[in-house]
Design a protein around this ligand. Structure first.
Ligand code: MG
Length: 364
């Protein structure tokens, strides 16, 4: 099988409510890129690239440029199954993680479709379903509690809470959520690196009293000593996200010993690097979860297949954000039941695209 063409289509789908995180994160819509890898066998692999200028320095325009001018010419004529060889070509261009990631995900999707197997079976075969959490963006305490209670009634048993703008309010949010959700719900916070070391220690110790399960990136990712100090002062694990973008980052953090859980984001590491990360983590006794990049349905399916396939992805994954979109490119919605994503049984990631919707939401 040979790759004949790579398509990159910019699209925009508004969120139901804007998403706020950390000190400056703010998004009103998914302005992402749909990637389709065409092959001479007739199968087409699909994936989604999620620009995050504040995190990776990529934009929708830069992703289109990188795929059309660099990565597509590298892969056309190659066998999509030669993912290691292809990734070593990608390494000739620095960074551009979600542009590379999306092409890589689409390659694996094409392979699985050609072989007639669902991706979760090709990637490890641990399970056909994945437990997911619900993420609460930064809003007023009553609004956050109301949303959580509603989602708890809908089957969610784990909640990620965005914090970092106001430590005192952050503690009160956790207290209010625990009081309203009961003791059997998993609660964790993501500070998106917004606390200082001393604020993190002081604030997290108070949150621990309300049964906080773990904390994601309390202090700036570059501050390894600070991260180690925080991890030694608190009794819950740190979940790594911004500090573990690459397998090399993961190896360094395992050595440092500050991180107890790892967030894997297939949009930024594709499957090729995500496999290296999950294996490194598992070998070091560090469980993982699938982190959200606020993907639409296509990206959610890609991530869900990976998480379901690997037994070391054992904490609830964050990839329920597609529920916050006003629409999707999928013809068949993702099946979510009692806090689990049930994967489609079709080959590949199982995504069936709605061509009408692609026409409606494309931006070029
Ligand atoms: Mg995060």
């Amino acid at each position: 099988m040979k790759i004949t063409r790579v398509e990159a289509i910019p699209f925009r789908i508004p969120y139901k409510t804007p998403l706020k995180w950390g000190l400056s994160g703010y998004l009103e819509a998914a302005e992402h890129v749909l990637v389709r890898v065409h092959t001479d066998a007739g199968v087409v692999g699909v994936a989604e690239a999620t620009p995050r200028p504040t995190i990776y320095g990529e934009s929708q325009a830069s992703i289109l440029y990188a795929i059309r001018n660099w990565f597509a010419p590298m892969v056309v004529g190659m066998d999509p199954a030669h993912t290691e060889r292809i990734w070593s070509k990608f390494e000739g261009i620095h960074w551009n993680p979600t542009a590379k990631g999306a092409v890589d995900l689409a390659l694996y999707d094409a392979i699985a479709r050609a072989r007639g197997v669902p991706l979760w079976e090709m990637l490890g075969g641990n399970s056909h379903r994945l437990s997911v959490s619900w993420m609460l963006g930064i809003r007023s305490i009553p609004e956050m509690v109301r949303e959580a209670v509603e989602m708890r009634a809908g089957g969610f048993k784990a909640f990620k809470v965005k914090v970092g703008t106001d430590p005192e309010k952050d503690v009160q949010v956790i207290r209010a959520l625990r009081e309203n959700l009961g003791s059997d719900v998993l609660l964790y916070v993501d500070a998106n690196m917004a606390y200082s070391v001393s604020t993190a220690v002081r604030t997290l110790k108070r949150m621990e009293e309300h049964g906080l399960a773990f904390v994601e990136e309390p202090v700036p990712a570059w501050d390894q000593r600070g991260r180690l100090k925080v991890s030694r002062a608190i009794s819950i694990p740190i979940l790594g996200d911004e500090s573990v973008f690459t397998p090399q980052d993961v190896a360094r953090e395992i050595e440092l010993g500050a991180i107890g859980i790892i967030s894997i984001k297939t949009p930024r590491t594709g499957y090729t690097l995500s496999l290296k990360i999950v294996n490194l983590a598992e070998t070091a006794g560090i469980p993982c979860l699938m982190g959200t990049q606020a993907e639409t349905g296509v990206g959610t399916l890609a991530s869900a297949h990976f998480g379901a396939a690997r037994r070391n992805v054992s904490y609830p994954s964050e990839i329920s954000f597609f529920l916050s979109l006003t629409d999707d490119l999928l013809a068949e919605p993702i099946a979510l039941k009692d806090g689990f994503i049930e994967l489609p049984t079709r080959p590949g990631n199982g995504a069936v695209l709605d061509e009408e919707k692609i026409k409606r939401y494309r931006m070029d």
